[in-house]
Design a protein around this ligand. Structure first.
Ligand code: GP9
Ligand code: MN
Length: 634
C-alpha cells in the first residue's frame, strides 16, 4: 500500500493534469461535436475513450531527465491545441481534422477565416486547466518532481495500455471491424477518442506516404501494356448511343440479383425492376467486386475501373491519389458532376474522395430535409430522398453526371409498417424477411423516381444507369436463402453466384435487351464512356466495354475468386458452371494467373499512386479540390 501511495504522490501532478484534460475533452465532445449517441455503451466509450490516450501521451513527460512537471504542462497544451483545432475545424466543416487536410492550402485559407468567426470569448475556457496547472506548478515548485523508478514507469504505461486495450475491445464489440474498415471518422472519434484517432490517422498517412514515395513510375508502362492487350474492339452500334445526354447513376443499396423476378406469397418482390429489365440493357451476370469498403468500394470500381483494396476502404486510405475517374473524364468533356446522398458527408471519407474523383458538388444530409417521419433505419427514406433530389438535379447545369446513392435497403432493413408493401416472408430469420420488404420498398421508390424524372423533363435527355452495390444478405443467413431458393444448401458455388448484382443501362428510346455475358462492376466505366461516345485522351482501366464481344471474359472478385463463361473458381476449387460440379484445377489455371495479375496490378497503382505518372493526366485536381471545398462549405 505504502509504495503505491508514494508512486501516487509522485504522479500527483501528472494525474491532476490528466484528470483536467479528460474532463475538458468530454465536455468539449458534448458541447461542440454533434455525436449521435444511441446507447449507454456509446456514452461510456465517449467518456472513457480519451483517457488512455491522455495518460499515454502525458506519460511521455516521465521519460525526460528533469523538469518533468513542465513537460506535463507542455504536453497538455499540445493536446489542448489539438482539441482547439478540431473544435474550430468541426465548427466549420462538421468533420474532424486529418493529416492531408492540414496540408491542403485551400482548407487552411478557409480555416483562417473560420478561426476568426468562431473566436468567441468563451473559447478561452478551453485553456483554463493549463492556467490552473501553471498556478499549481509555481506554488509547489520542486515538489512534483515525477521522479519515478523504472519499475514504476513500466507499471504506469502498462496500466494505460491495458486501459486502451479494454477500450478498444468494447469499441470493437460495439462497432465490429472499427479499425480495419475505418468507415467513418465520427465513428472512430466516438469509439476510441479524439487523440487515438489522430494517432491512427498518422499511422495510415505515414504508411501510404512511404509506399507512394517508394513507387516507381516505370511500373505503369508494364501495367499499361497489360490493359492494352486486353482491349476489345468497340461495338459500333452502341458507340455514342447516348452521346451528350445527362447520366443519372443510381447505387441501389445491398441489392442482389437473386431477388429479381421472385415472389413472396405470389407478390413480386421487384415489380418495377422486372419491367425495367425488359426495356433496358440488363446485365444479368454482373458480379459485385467490393471488399471491406462496401458502398464506397462499389463507387470506386464503377468510377475508376480499378479494384478496391483487400483491406480497408480505398476511399479512406487513398483519397489523395491521382485517378482518371469517370466524373473527371466527363468534366473534361463539358459535364457537370454531382453526388447526391442523404447521409453524413464524412461517411466513407466521401467529402475528401469526391474531389479526387472529379466531382463538382456533393449534396449530402445538410442539403436534405430529414425528419423522424421521413426517416427509417439509416436515414432519409429512399422515396423522400428521390423526391427531394429532383430539385437538386434541376439546379444542375446540363449535361450532368449525377450519382444518387440509396439507403433504405441497408442492414438491418428497418421500415415502418405503412411502407411495407410486401406480405411478410414467413421465416424465423427476421433479417431475411425484412430484407425482402426493404427491397420491395426500394423498387417502389425507383419507380416513382423515374416518374418524377419524366415530370421534371429530365428523363428523355438522360441515360439511366442503375447498379446493385454489394450483397445485403451475408453468409449468416444462407440457411433461409437456401430454403427460399429451394436448394438443399448454399454451397461455395452458390455463395459465389449470390454475389451477382443487377446492372441496367436504360436509354430512353432504346428497347434494350438482356446481356448474359459475365461482367463485373469494374466494367461500368468503359461501358458508360462507350455509350456516351467518349474516348478519353488519357485513361487506364481494368474493365471492359460490355457492349463489345469478348472471347474470354473474366470477372475477378476482390478475394481472388473469379468467373468465366464456362468456369467458376472459389475457395481453391474450380467448378463447371453448367454442371455446378467441381472439375480439375487445370481448367481454371490459365485464368488464375490473369486474375492474380490484375488484382496485383491494380493494388500497385493504388498503393504507389501510379496514375500521377500517366501521360496526359495532368489535370488540375488541386484546383478542383479548392472549388469543391468552397462549394461544400456554403
Ligand atoms: C453510407 C451508405 C452505406 O453512407 O453508403 O454504406 P455501406 O455500409 O453499405 O457501405
Ligand atoms: Mn451499401
Amino acid at each position: 500500500m505504502a509504495p503505491l501511495l508514494s508512486t501516487f504522490r509522485k504522479l500527483r501532478f501528472l494525474l491532476l493534469a490528466a484528470l483536467l484534460l479528460w474532463v475538458k475533452t468530454y465536455i468539449i465532445c458534448k458541447i461542440f461535436f454533434r455525436f449521435k449517441i444511441e446507447n449507454g455503451t456509446q456514452e461510456l466509450l465517449l467518456l472513457f475513450g480519451p483517457l488512455s490516450s491522455i495518460l499515454l501521451f502525458l506519460g511521455l513527460a516521465l521519460l525526460w531527465r528533469s523538469a518533468r512537471a513542465q513537460w506535463v504542462i507542455i504536453l497538455s497544451s499540445i493536446l489542448t491545441l489539438v482539441l482547439f483545432a478540431n473544435v474550430i475545424f468541426y465548427g466549420f466543416f462538421d468533420d474532424f481534422l486529418t493529416i492531408p487536410v492540414l496540408f491542403q492550402k485551400s482548407n487552411m485559407g478557409d480555416l483562417m477565416s473560420s478561426i476568426r468567426s468562431l473566436l468567441h470569448p468563451y473559447i478561452v475556457l478551453l485553456f483554463l486547466d493549463i492556467v490552473l496547472l501553471l498556478f499549481v506548478w509555481r506554488r509547489r515548485k520542486g515538489e512534483d518532481s515525477l521522479l519515478l523508478s523504472g519499475g514504476e514507469k513500466a507499471c504506469y504505461f502498462l496500466a494505460a495500455a491495458l486501459l486502451f486495450a479494454v477500450n478498444l475491445a468494447i469499441a470493437e464489440s460495439e462497432r465490429p471491424q472499427l479499425l480495419t474498415r475505418s468507415f467513418d471518422r465520427e465513428m472512430l472519434v466516438k469509439n476510441i477518442g479524439l487523440f487515438h484517432y489522430h494517432a491512427y490517422d498518422a499511422l495510415l498517412q505515414s504508411r501510404s506516404s512511404a509506399q507512394r514515395a517508394l513507387a516507381d513510375g516505370s511500373k505503369l508502362s508494364e501495367i499499361q501494356s497489360y490493359t492494352a492487350s486486353r482491349r476489345v474492339q468497340p461495338d459500333t452500334n452502341m458507340f455514342g448511343a447516348a452521346r451528350g445526354r445527362n447520366v443519372i447513376l443510381v447505387s441501389m443499396e445491398s441489392l442482389q440479383s437473386f431477388v429479381l423476378g421472385k415472389t413472396v406469397q405470389e407478390e413480386p418482390v421487384t415489380p418495377f425492376l422486372n419491367q425495367w429489365a425488359k426495356n433496358s440493357y440488363y446485365f444479368s451476370n454482373m458480379y459485385q467486386q467490393t471488399g471491406q469498403g462496401k458502398t464506397s468500394d462499389a463507387e470506386f470500381l464503377i468510377e475508376t475501373s480499378l479494384y478496391p483494396l483487400d483491406r480497408g476502404s480505398v476511399f479512406f486510405t487513398h483519397a489523395g491519389n491521382e485517378y482518371v475517374a469517370a466524373p473527371e473524364i466527363l468534366q473534361r468533356h463539358g459535364y457537370y458532376t454531382a453526388v447526391l446522398h442523404a447521409n453524413q458527408k464524412s461517411f466513407w471519407n466521401r467529402d475528401y474522395m469526391y474531389p479526387s474523383l472529379g466531382f463538382n458538388r456533393y449534396f449530402h444530409d445538410a442539403d436534405y430535409q430529414i425528419t423522424p417521419e421521413t426517416s427509417a433505419g439509416w436515414g432519409l427514406k429512399d422515396r423522400e430522398f428521390f423526391q427531394q433530389s429532383i430539385r437538386h438535379l434541376q439546379s444542375l447545369p446540363q449535361p450532368f453526371y449525377a450519382k444518387l446513392i440509396t439507403l433504405s435497403n441497408h442492414f438491418p432493413f428497418e421500415l415502418p409498417k405503412q411502407d411495407q408493401l410486401l406480405p411478410e416472408y414467413a421465416s424465423t430469420d427476421r433479417i431475411f424477411s425484412r430484407y425482402m420488404q426493404t427491397v420491395r420498398y426500394m423498387d417502389e421508390a425507383l419507380r416513382s423516381f423515374v416518374e418524377e424524372l419524366k415530370d421534371a423533363g429530365l428523363y428523355e435527355n438522360s441515360v439511366l444507369v442503375f447498379y446493385g452495390d454489394h450483397y445485403g444478405i451475408s453468409a449468416n443467413h444462407y440457411q433461409v436463402v437456401a430454403s427460399y431458393l429451394q436448394k438443399p444448401e448454399i454451397r461455395p458455388f452458390d455463395a459465389l453466384q449470390l454475389q451477382r448484382v443487377p446492372f441496367f443501362v436504360h436509354i430512353p428510346g432504346h428497347k434494350g435487351k438482356e446481356v448474359t455475358a459475365v461482367a463485373g462492376q469494374v466494367d461500368v466505366k468503359p461501358t458508360l464512356l462507350h455509350v456516351l461516345g467518349i474516348v478519353p485522351k488519357a485513361d487506364l482501366h481494368f474493365g471492359r466495354n460490355l457492349f463489345a464481344k469478348e472471347e474470354k471474359p473474366l470477372t475477378v472478385l476482390r478475394d481472388g475468386s473469379f468467373i468465366t463463361s464456362q468456369y467458376l473458381y472459389t475457395a481453391g476449387t474450380c467448378y463447371d458452371k453448367r454442371t455446378e460440379q467441381p472439375v480439375r484445377h487445370a481448367a481454371c489455371r490459365p485464368y488464375l494467373a490473369r486474375a492474380k495479375k490484375e488484382l496485383a496490378y491494380s493494388d500497385r497503382i493504388v498503393y504507389g499512386d501510379l496514375l500521377r505518372f500517366l501521360a496526359g493526366n495532368e489535370w488540375k485536381r488541386k484546383e478542383n479540390q479548392t472549388q469543391f471545398h468552397e462549394r461544400r462549405v456554403k
